[in-house]
Ligand binder design. Structure first.
Ligand SMILES: Nc1ncnc2c1ncn2[C@@H]1O[C@H](COP(=O)(O)OP(=O)(O)OP(=O)(O)O)[C@@H](O)[C@H]1O
Ligand SMILES: [Mg+2]
Length: 348
C-alpha cells in the first residue's frame, strides 16, 4: 500500500472551504510551538510589526518595472558569493528547512539536513529518478508529513501547516502528474484554485453581496490569467480535452490564482512539446520578473541552464551539492550521482 495521496485525496485536502475557518484559527498556536527555527520567526514578526501596511502582495504588484529588475539583479547578486556547498546559507532566504527526513518503512526517501532558498531567484532542484525530489515537495507543501524536520517559510513555521494553509501562506505548488480536474471546464479549474480565498473570510462567505464580489474578482483574475497563458479560447472546454502541455499551463495559471510568493513546479516541462516548452520557460521567467520566487524540478540540464539562477542537487534523499548551473555541470558528485543511478537501473 502506498502512503502517497492519490490525486483525488490530495485534491480534496486542498480545501473544503467550511473547514478552512476553524483550522485557520488554530494555525497561530501551531506556529508558536517550540522549535529551534522559532527565533527566526520571532525576528521576522518583529520586523513586520515595525513595517507599515501588511498588503505585501499588493505593493509588490505596484512596483515599477525598474524596481523589479533591480530585485532580480539583487537576487542574483545575493547568490554570486554563496559557496557551492550543500546547505549553504543565503542572503535572504524565503524558505529555510532543517533536518527534514521522511522514511517509508526502511527506505529513507528524504534526508535533507539544511536547505535555504533565495528569495526572488529561480532555483532548480535536480537529481536522478527516485532521489526524493517529489517527496520533498510533498513535505514542504503539507501533502505529506515528515518523520522529523522543521522549516520556515517567509518568516512562519510551516512544518505543521496543512496543504491549504501552506498555499495561503504563499507557497503554492504544481504536480508532476497534472491534477487538472478533467471533467470540469478550464474556467472551473481556475475558480477552484481560488477556493481557498473564499474561505479566508468566513463571515464574508455568509453575506451574499460580499461573496459575490469575491467571486466576480476571482472570475476577472481567472480570465486575465487564461489570457496570459493563451488558454482563453479553451475556457469552456473540459480540462480533459487539453494537450499535456496545455494542462501544465493550466496548472501554473491555477497556482497563480492564489497570489503566491513562491511557486514550486514539479517537472513543469515533462511531456510538453518543444513549442510549448519555450512558452513555459518564458512564463517561469515571468514569475521571477514579478518578484516571485521559483523552485522547480527538472531533468533537462539545458532547461536548467537557460532559466535557473541556482541549482540544488539531491541523490538518494540527501542534498549532495548546490551551486550555479555552470558549477553544477562540472561537479563530479553530480555526474557520479547520475551515472550511479543509470548504473543501478541497468543492473535491475
Ligand atoms: N508513498 C510512498 N511509499 C513508499 N515509497 C515511496 C512513496 N513515495 C515515494 N517513495 C519512494 O521514495 C523515493 C523517492 O521518490 P520520489 O518520487 O520523491 O523521487 P523523485 O526524485 O521525485 O523521482 P522522479 O525524478 O522519478 O520523479 C523512491 O524510492 C520512491 O519509490
Ligand atoms: Mg518526482
Amino acid at each position: 500500500m502506498s502512503d502517497k495521496p492519490t490525486p483525488e485525496e490530495a485534491q480534496s485536502e486542498e480545501s473544503p472551504p467550511e473547514a478552512v475557518s476553524s483550522e485557520a484559527a488554530s494555525s497561530d498556536e501551531v506556529l508558536s510551538e517550540d522549535g529551534f527555527l522559532d527565533d527566526e520567526v520571532a525576528a521576522r514578526e518583529a520586523a513586520e510589526s515595525e513595517a507599515t501596511g501588511s498588503e505585501e502582495a499588493e505593493s509588490e504588484a505596484d512596483l515599477p518595472a525598474d524596481a523589479v529588475k533591480a530585485g532580480i539583479a539583487a537576487a542574483r547578486a545575493a547568490l554570486a558569493d554563496v559557496p557551492p556547498e550543500p546547505g549553504a546559507p543565503k542572503l535572504d532566504p524565503i524558505l529555510k528547512a532543517v533536518g527534514v527526513k521522511r522514511a517509508f518503512g526502511g527506505l529513507v526517501a528524504v534526508d535533507v539536513e539544511h536547505l535555504e532558498i533565495q528569495r526572488g531567484a529561480i532555483t532548480a532542484l535536480i537529481g536522478p529518478n527516485g532521489a526524493g525530489k517529489t517527496t520533498f515537495f510533498n513535505l514542504l507543501t503539507g501533502f505529506d508529513r515528515p518523520s522529523r524536520g522543521e522549516w520556515v517559510f517567509d518568516g512562519r513555521r510551516a512544518d505543521r501547516m496543512r496543504s491549504y494553509q501552506v498555499a495561503r501562506a504563499g507557497m503554492v505548488r504544481t504536480f508532476q502528474l497534472t491534477k487538472a480536474l478533467t471533467r470540469m471546464t478550464v474556467m472551473d479549474n481556475m475558480l477552484i484554485g481560488a477556493a481557498n480565498q473564499v474561505g479566508e473570510n468566513f463571515w464574508a462567505g455568509l453575506i451574499p453581496p460580499l461573496w459575490k464580489a469575491q467571486e466576480a474578482a476571482n472570475r476577472r483574475k481567472a480570465l486575465e490569467l487564461l489570457e496570459r497563458f493563451k488558454l482563453i479560447d479553451k475556457r469552456e472546454d473540459y480540462a480533459g480535452e487539453l494537450s499535456g502541455g496545455q494542462r501544465k499551463l493550466l496548472e501554473m495559471a491555477r497556482a497563480l490564482m492564489l497570489n503566491p510568493k513562491m511557486v514550486m513546479l514539479d517537472e513543469p516541462m515533462a511531456g510538453v512539446n518543444p513549442a510549448l516548452k519555450q512558452s513555459l520557460l518564458e512564463h517561469i521567467k515571468g514569475l521571477r520578473e514579478e518578484g516571485m520566487t521559483v523552485l522547480f524540478v527538472e531533468h533537462d540540464m539545458d532547461m536548467v541552464h537557460e532559466i535557473a539562477d541556482w541549482v540544488a542537487v539531491m541523490a538518494a534523499g540527501k542534498l549532495i551539492t548546490e551551486g550555479t548551473p555552470d558549477s553544477i555541470s562540472a561537479d563530479r558528485r553530480v555526474i557520479d550521482a547520475y551515472l550511479g543511478a543509470h548504473h543501478d537501473a541497468a543492473q535491475r
